[in-house]
Structure formats: structure tokens, C-alpha cells
Design a protein around this ligand. Sequence first.
Ligand SMILES: C[S@@+](CC[C@H](N)C(=O)[O-])C[C@H]1O[C@@H](n2cnc3c(N)ncnc32)[C@H](O)[C@@H]1O
Length: 215
Amino acid sequence: MAALSKDVAFWSKISRKYAASPIRDMDGYLMTLERTKSHLKSEDKVLEIGCGTGSTALLIAPHVAHITATDLSLGMIEIANEKLVRESVGNVTFKVAEVLDHSSDDVSYDAVLAHNLLHLLPALDSALEYISSLIKPGGLFISKTVCAPEHGGFKYAMISKVAIPFMQAIGKAPFVDFITAETLERKMNGVGFDIVEKTDKIGMFTSRYIVARKS
Ligand SMILES: C[S@@+](CC[C@H](N)C(=O)[O-])C[C@H]1O[C@@H](n2cnc3c(N)ncnc32)[C@H](O)[C@@H]1O
């Protein structure tokens, strides 16, 4: 609980700076967006969790019936709502919600999106089980997650065991827990998802894009 309130404060504090920063890997972002659009249908009801400042939801909106996009941080959702007013898109709802807090929605979604989120969740196993419960049978869970490299290495150890804990101690980094892409896929299988597509980006941290279908 303390970890969560620290994260609420962290993400709200950086929300304006986050909104103003350029996307670091534009090719990767556009690839993810195109792949995601290709899996969605015009009649779909979609939920995006950890939506940040809402840019992805606004780009997905013309391709689906409705998208609800949520984030733990009020700061992020305020910026998303400012964009919504400017762009006057009719089928997007932004709201503040923690991942495990969508029970009042009373909707089963055709797809849930979680881009750059799962490595930030302290209770990943419960979150995956909960996300699965929000999706219709046959529906999709589409995620992009920063993962740990399979074989560790010195540089990875320095970042994950020294640099990040130091940044967290001074309030400059949120909670993070990197697991390997294989472990993440196994966890998804364990809560009833079949992996239908995956793509990874080569680098120190493998950002794994996974499309999983609820069986
Ligand atoms: C790295 S940003 C990614 C934002 C957006 N999905 C993107 O790809 O640009 C992570 C977002 O997840 C949100 N977040 C972190 N922990 C969360 C949680 N437990 N529940 C809901 N949102 C969370 C943060 O507030 C932040 O906006």
C-alpha cells in the first residue's frame, strides 16, 4: 500500500514532464500501434490500463467502438482529458483507476491494452489474474513490457541492483520488477491466455510486445 501511494505521487509529479518528452523509440511505438490496431475491430469495447497521458488511446479510438483508458495518476488523467477536449473524440473515456480497481465497470472487454506497465506492478500475479477476468472469452490482452535479459550480465546487474534502487531511494524512480519475457509468458499462460503474437526489441532490456488470447 505504501509502495502504491509512493507510485501515485511519483507518476503525478512527473506527468507534465512525461507529456512533454518525445517518444524515445518512435519506430517501436509506431510498430506497436500498427500491430495493435490490426488486432482490433470497429465493434470492440477496449480498456487501456496505465494509459499515461492518453495519446495511444486517442490514436486507437477511431478503430474501435469505445475505449476506456485508465491510470493510477490523476496528473496523467488530467493531461489526457485536456487532449480529449482539444481533439473532441467522442468514444474515449479517461478515468483514474489502479489496475486492480475496475470492478465497478461492469463490462467485459474485447481487448485490454497495457503498454509499458506490467514491469511497474508490485502484484503482477494478481494483476494478470484480474486482467483476465475483465476480458471476454476469445478476447485479447495486448501488452508491451520491459523485461529482464535471459542471461543477466554485469551491466544489467548494475542498473537493476544499484542505479534503480538508488533512484528509488531519492524518489526519482517508481517501483519496478523486471522478469524475463519467458517468465511473463508463462504467467500469462497460467491465468488462461494463449500467446498469439510476440515481438521483441534487442537491447539491454528486452521490451516484449505480446498479444495473448483468453481461452
Ligand atoms: C511508463 S508509463 C506508460 C504510459 C503509457 N502506457 C505509454 O506507453 O506511454 C506507466 C504508466 O502506468 C501508470 N501506472 C503505474 N502503476 C500503475 C498501477 N498500479 N495502476 C495503474 N496505472 C499505473 C503510471 O501512472 C504511468 O502513467
